[in-house]
Design a protein around this ligand. Structure first.
Ligand SMILES: [Zn+2]
Ligand SMILES: [Zn+2]
Length: 311
């Protein structure tokens, strides 16, 4: 299913330019500055807090709000969400959401810009966005948010948010906070986010027939505040919650639900009853299939044993 109001044919190529690759790896290498600071648990908590704050910016803001419009909010809080998302250093909200809408439109086809089954693990994980011809995006993919000048500004100068965040961390806690709260945290935040393009299209279980390779994966859901329920999401992408049942942990949704109690966000879109019932039915069928497979395996084992004893 696709929520994009218009589509633009994506251009899919396989190579990332050399210079971009070098720059990217230099930025990645800043994680090694961790060796310049003596270890302390309080610094680890700074890194973890910074990770989850900005993961929320990616999952709740860039993904669920800007890409799929799965809830509504005020213009001011919309900008706050965009800013927190931009702090994750994954480019601007319009760029991110426009490309993501194409991912849903063309999942796992030749036109999918980051399909691990088509282009391999590393390309889908991180090399696709290093391509200079993906620096831009088509405004008509995202007219619902492109119309706001403040979002266009933040999207164009997206580096302002992470830079000011890094400066703030430095002012609060000096070099140690900059290293743990920014360099270390951003490294893990980036790779965790990208697992949704790479690993969650490879490892996990399939509940719905979403006509692509998306999977549900608890570990990735824990790591990404709920994004690991990717098969659910590909099947019904306009839902604000990606964990469809109470036992599918979805921290971003819990936070959004709490914000809705204070009137900060509203109109949270939920999956229809039909989709939920279909999911339960599929789970039941899968369980039964598994049980009957186990039974037939045990029976054939028993048969073999009896055969060996009687000879
Ligand atoms: Zn996907
Ligand atoms: Zn999506």
């Amino acid at each position: 299913m696709n929520s994009s109001p218009a589509t633009v044919e994506p251009l899919v190529k396989e190579q990332a330019p050399f210079l971009f690759l070098v720059l990217f790896f230099l930025v990645q290498a800043t994680v090694l500055t961790v060796f310049t600071v003596p270890f302390s648990w309080s610094l680890v908590w700074v890194a973890v807090a910074s990770y989850f704050l900005r993961m929320f910016g990616i999952t709740a803001a860039y993904h669920r709000y800007f890409s799929h419009a799965s809830f509504k909010t005020s213009r001011l809080f919309q900008f706050v969400l965009a800013w927190i998302g931009a702090m994750a250093m994954q480019k601007g909200p319009l760029w991110w959401a426009a490309h993501h809408r194409n991912h849903h439109k063309y999942s796992d086809t030749e036109k999918d810009i980051h399909s691990p089954t088509r282009k391999g693990f590393w390309y889908s994980h991180m090399f696709w966005f290093l391509r200079d011809d993906y620096n831009d995006y088509e405004a008509k993919l995202i007219p619902d948010f492109y119309k706001y000048p403040e979002l266009r500004f933040l999207d164009r100068f997206h580096w302002i948010a992470p830079l000011s965040y890094a400066v703030l961390l430095y002012l609060i806690g000096g070099w140690a906070w900059l290293v743990y709260g920014y360099a270390v945290s951003t490294f893990f935040l980036g790779h965790a986010t990208w697992t949704i393009n790479s690993l969650s299209h490879v490892y996990g279980s399939v509940r719905y027939d979403s006509r692509d390779t998306s999977k549900n994966n608890l570990w990735l859901a824990l790591l990404t505040m709920g994004e690991g329920w990717h098969n659910n999401h590909h099947y019904y992408c306009s839902s604000v919650n990606q964990g469809f049942y109470w036992y599918e942990v979805d921290i971003s949704y819990y936070i959004l639900k709490t914000l809705s109690l204070f009137g900060i966000v509203w109109d949270l879109k939920k999956p229809p009853k039909k989709v939920l019932e279909e999911g339960l039915l599929r789970d039941r069928e899968q369980k039964e299939r598994k049980l009957s497979l186990q039974e037939s395996k045990q029976k054939s084992k028993l048969k073999n044993k009896v055969g060996v004893l009687s000879t």
